[in-house]
Design a protein around this ligand. Structure first.
Ligand SMILES: [Zn+2]
Length: 186
């Protein structure tokens, strides 16, 4: 087979694993897909990693290891969310669920579909302030300008979103509002 010159090692390994998969040599393809997927995940390449775990799941199913196949599919689904591709999650789950259903594992199939329908957890909000930070913020709030420097909206400390102690975010335009520097007595 003709290969592009200096094809990256991972690309060659992937082509080999896909050949093995097509040839029905699942036990040989599985470790290659798993290794490539883990390497991609470690490098933050979440969508290629998800595709690798899905191929591994396919091999596991063919090898009669449906539970592991479902686990790898769930992992791939969470990687797709990380990759900013939540739009792929449902179709991935439905395809895997159809295969699991055909092979006689309806409860595993149901688990995947249910997981795909569960909305992802809300992203973590800003870190909560400690009490000490809160008190410091309250003290500094007195030094905030009366009006937002960007949009002119009145600055009401209780309505501000605090991004760090003493530094608020305008409730109207989102601009960062910093305290005015304290006057030094001379
Ligand atoms: Zn503003």
């Amino acid at each position: 087979m003709r290969m592009p010159p200096r094809a990256p090692r991972a690309r060659i390994a992937l082509m080999r694993a896909e050949q093995l998969l097509r040839a029905g040599q699942y036990a040989e393809a599985l470790p290659i897909f798993t290794t490539l997927a883990r390497e991609a995940e470690e490098r933050g390449l979440y969508e290629p990693a998800a595709d690798g775990f899905l191929q591994a799941a396919r091999c596991l199913l063919e090898l009669g290891r449906p539970r592991e196949a479902a686990d790898e599919t769930l992992h791939a689904m969470s990687l797709l969310a990380l990759a900013g591709r939540p739009d792929r999650i449902r179709s991935v789950a439905q395809r895997a669920a159809a295969l699991l259903g055909e092979r006689g594992y309806p409860e595993l199939a149901a688990r995947l579909v249910q997981e795909a329908e569960t909305p992802p957890e809300a992203p973590a909000g800003p870190p909560r302030l400690t009490e000490r930070q809160y008190l410091r913020a309250a003290a500094l709030a007195a030094r905030l300008p009366d009006r937002c420097p960007s949009c002119g909206a009145p600055v009401i400390p209780s309505e501000l979103k605090w991004v760090s102690p003493g530094v608020g975010q305008c409730a109207y335009c989102g601009s960062i509002i910093k305290p005015t520097l304290p006057r030094t007595a001379h």
